[in-house]
Structures are given as C-alpha cells and as structure tokens.
Design a protein around this ligand. Sequence first.
Ligand code: ACO
Length: 325
Amino acid sequence: MRRYSRIAGTGSYLPPRRLTNADLAAELATKGVETSDEWIVERTGIRARHFAAPDVGSSDLALKACQRALEAAGLEASQIDLIIVATSTPDMVFPSTACILQHKLGNAGAAAFDVQAVCSGFVYALTVADAMIQTGAAQRALVVGAEVFSRLLDFTDRTTCVLFGDGAGAVVLEASDEPGILASDLHADGKHVGILCVPGHVSGGQVLGDPLLKMDGQAVFKLAVGVLEDAARATLAKAGKTDADIDWLIPHQANIRIMQSTARKLKLPLDKVVVTVDQHGNTSAASIPLALDSAVRAGQVKRGQHLMLEGVGGGFTWGAVFLRY
Ligand code: ACO
C-alpha cells in the first residue's frame, strides 16, 4: 500500500498592524513618494497589507501560525518530528529560523531546517516534507512559510514597496494510507537571478551590496505566467489528472493579474481561485499557506477536494503541488 502525506491541519497569522493603500500612500507622501489606491488596485489587486513590529521576527509569526495548525490537527508540538520553514527573511544568518521556531514551540529533537526558494519556498518545503514522509524518514511535519518582507523594502521605490506584506502560514503534514499529496513539480533557472533579488550580504561585520529588494516587474510578470501554467500541467500529468479535476487553485499571491491569467490558461473560472492578495499583499513564502488556511477557515476548501498549490519567485524558482485535502 502506498504511503502518502496528508494535511492534518492548517494555521496562519498576520501581525496586527494593517495598512490600507491609502495609509501606505500617506506614509510614502511624507518621503516625497507618490502613489495611490487607484494605481495599486488596478495594477496588482492589492488593497491592504500587514507589517510586523520592528521587534517581531519570522519565527514569532511562524510560532502563532504553527500553534493554530497544531490545534486544528489536534496534535501537540512534541508529536512533530520534522520542521521545515520556508523564508527569505530569517531571524538570523544562522541558526535556521526552523531551529528558533522549534525551541519556541517547545519541541526538542525533531529535524529542523529552512528552505530558501523565495516565493516558491512553501511548495518546495511541502515537496521535501512529502518525500521525507513517503520514505519513512518522518511521520509528522510542520511545514511553514513565514516572512517579514517589509524589512527588505525600499520605501523610496514605489514600484516595489507597495507590493509586499508580512505574515505566516503553516500546515501539519502526516503519514497516511489515504491521499494526500498526489504529485509535485519543482524547477529553477538561475540565469534569472537579477530580475528579482536582494543583492546584499554580510561580510566582516558589515552589509556589503544593497540589502533592499530589486525587481524588474515586467520581466517577472512574463516569466511567472508561463511557468505557472507549465508547472500545473506537469503536476496534473504526474497525478494522472486533468484541469477539470482541480477544485481550487491556490496560487502564490503576488498580483491578481498573474492569477487571472493562470486561471484562464488552465480553463478555471475565477471563483475556483483562492484570492487573498487583496488583503495580504505579497507575503512571499507565506502567501500560499496563508491563502490555504483562510480558505479552509472560511469553509471554501473542504475535505476530499483537490487543490493545486502553485508558487513562483526569485531565483527564478517555480513549482506546484497537487493534493487531495
Ligand atoms: N504608484 C503610482 N505609479 C507607479 C507606481 C506606484 N506604486 N509604480 C510604478 N508607477 C508608475 C511608473 O513609474 C510608470 O510611470 P511612467 O509610465 O510615467 O514611467 C507607470 O506607473 C507604469 O509602470 P510599469 O512598471 O510599466 O507598470 P506595470 O504595469 O508593469 O506594473 C507591476 C508594475 C505591478 C510591478 C507589474 O509589472 C507586475 O505586476 N509585475 C509582476 C511582479 C510581481 O508581482 N512581483 C511580485 C514579486 S515576484 C513574485 O512574487 C513572483
């Protein structure tokens, strides 16, 4: 009998400080940067985002998301034997945010490590956890996306600072005879490093290079639309399924226009796409598990339905996971 990994519970957390586009525009105006609710909504679909307080790290947001996921699964932190955190905004250079989270959760002994695949991080982490559960290397995993992306934003660059937000989402994944994750498909192409990056690094006690986010928005847009369709189709083919088997598309929440375009290519009506970008902005690796948890708690996503999770981001990285919830 095949051993699957199955989502036993979901959780998410947004920091309390919420900025509407109007709030952000007013803050940016004090720096001489001009933007408007109208421009942001029309080009991106974003209406609001949450920013964490300066003393709050990715592990703090992850902790709350994990506690909610564990509660939903009816499990204690001590029952987890694998913790994977997808993040591009770790608390420290090292140790991993997963180790810091593990201690805050009160777990000792589970394998714990971070995955760095930017906005594709959650589908990468989910695929790794699924593989470890399928082989018997793990029984119960916490798979988390957590970000404080606001720390990387250049608030004098209106082409990027209006797009992102902070938050965390988590799932408990456990071994099961019932499906479960059915297939996944991951890719990267490092020749596109320069179109979306934070090029700075730490060296000799200083930050060398620019530690703020740089993006060629149009290049990212074009690449994202193509690879998201490819990843979804490849994943469906591996699972022996078709477009018609998708009950919900839960894509990375970067921009409503990218999501609409992907849905069109997959012949899915928009009411089968989970959309949270309007309220969360782009929370990078946190966006898919945040969207999943919102849809589960809103009663949209139900047990037995088939979900297509899809991510795309800096690297360039992309991938998809098709699963029975
Ligand atoms: N407010 C007002 N005006 C703005 C703003 C702003 N925040 N930002 C840019 N503009 C102006 C520009 O200066 C430009 O003005 P000009 O014509 O006078 O020169 C005009 O708006 C158009 O700018 P473009 O960059 O051409 O706008 P575009 O339609 O390409 O939209 C956007 C930009 C939203 C970034 C788009 O390219 C996009 O969605 N790209 C995808 C990138 C993305 O989603 N990245 C998220 C991270 S990647 C990921 O998660 C996969």
